[in-house]
Each structure stands twice: as structure tokens, then as C-alpha cells.
Design a protein around this ligand. Structure first.
Ligand code: ATP
Ligand code: MG
Length: 143
């Protein structure tokens, strides 16, 4: 087992539907600890930069429009295998294909409005955390 950190976002639909607490409850129940958090309204440039890997995809424009449509809650989660554990809690991108009991199966409206983002690798997690947080913003739990 490896102690990891991952970047999580409660997306605009999740914030709008008052699901921040419900999503955090699931993180905490699974043993993931919130070590940094910030609510923010993403700018167009921030959203485009964050999802730059998808810029050639047909859904990119709509994805960015959705991500700037309201405030998001951005957090760093820490725990054993945090990256894959968070992806398991989230479920598949398309809520119709997500396993029952996952965040997206239980709470998401569509493949686009799917409540949460989570880093998909340890390497991407490092870059995504640095995209939103300075090292001094993180409060690791050592006890
Ligand atoms: P995320 O990166 O947000 O955690 P993911 O890794 O499950 O989601 P990606 O393939 O990285 O899925 O897609 C990023 C986001 O783009 C999705 O979460 C969703 O909001 C949107 N998206 C992905 N595929 C589609 C699609 N076919 N149509 C519309 N939106 C999509
Ligand atoms: Mg992704």
C-alpha cells in the first residue's frame, strides 16, 4: 500500500445540488482525508488549462462551459492508494455505466454533469494538485 494524494473537484452541478457534504462523507467514510480545500469560480482559462488533454475532443467546448457555469469545490485527498480509491468511489464517467453505490451512479445526471472529478494517475495527481495549490496549502495528517 502506498500513501498517495489525489486532486478531487466537486463540479458545478454537485455544488448547485448541495452535494458537497454528501461527497465529503463518502471520502471520509472510505478513509480518505481532506488535506486542502478551496471553493472557487474557475475562469475560462483555468478550466481550459485543467482539461487541456481533452482540447481536441468534440465535447471540450461544452465541458469548459459547464465547468465555469458555477463555483466548484476543489480538494486534495490523502490516504492509502488515494488515486484509485477515489476513482472507485466516483464510478465510471457515464453514470449509466457506473456501479451502484458510487458517487456518479447515485448522484450524477449525465456523462457531462457527473458531480466529481478525480485524478486518474499518481503522475497526473501531482500536476493537478500543483495546478490549484501551493505546497504550503497542504496540511498532511501525521497523527
Ligand atoms: P474527470 O476527468 O472529470 O474525473 P473522467 O476521468 O471520468 O472524468 P474524462 O474522460 O477525463 O472522464 O472526461 C472528463 C470530463 O469530460 C468528464 O468527467 C465529463 O464531465 C466530460 N465528458 C467526458 N466524455 C464526455 C462525452 N462523451 N460527452 C460529454 N462530456 C463528456
Ligand atoms: Mg479524467
Amino acid at each position: 500500500m502506498a500513501l498517495e494524494r489525489t486532486l478531487s473537484i466537486v463540479k458545478p452541478d454537485g455544488v448547485q445540488k448541495n452535494l458537497i457534504g454528501e461527497v465529503y462523507r463518502r471520502f471520509e467514510q472510505a478513509g480518505l482525508r481532506v488535506v486542502a480545500a478551496r471553493m472557487m469560480q474557475l475562469s475560462q482559462a483555468q478550466a481550459e488549462g485543467f482539461y487541456a488533454v481533452h482540447r481536441e475532443r468534440p465535447f471540450f467546448k461544452d465541458l469548459v462551459k459547464y465547468m465555469v457555469s458555477g463555483p466548484v469545490m476543489v480538494q486534495v485527498l490523502e490516504g492509502e492508494n488515494a488515486v484509485s480509491k477515489n476513482r472507485e468511489l466516483m464510478g465510471a464517467t457515464d453514470p449509466k455505466k457506473a456501479d451502484k453505490g458510487t458517487i456518479r451512479a447515485d448522484l450524477a445526471a449525465s456523462i457531462e454533469e457527473n458531480v466529481v472529478h478525480g485524478s486518474d494517475s499518481v503522475e497526473n495527481a501531482k500536476n493537478e494538485i500543483a495546478y490549484f495549490f501551493a505546497a504550503a496549502d497542504l496540511c498532511p495528517r501525521t497523527r
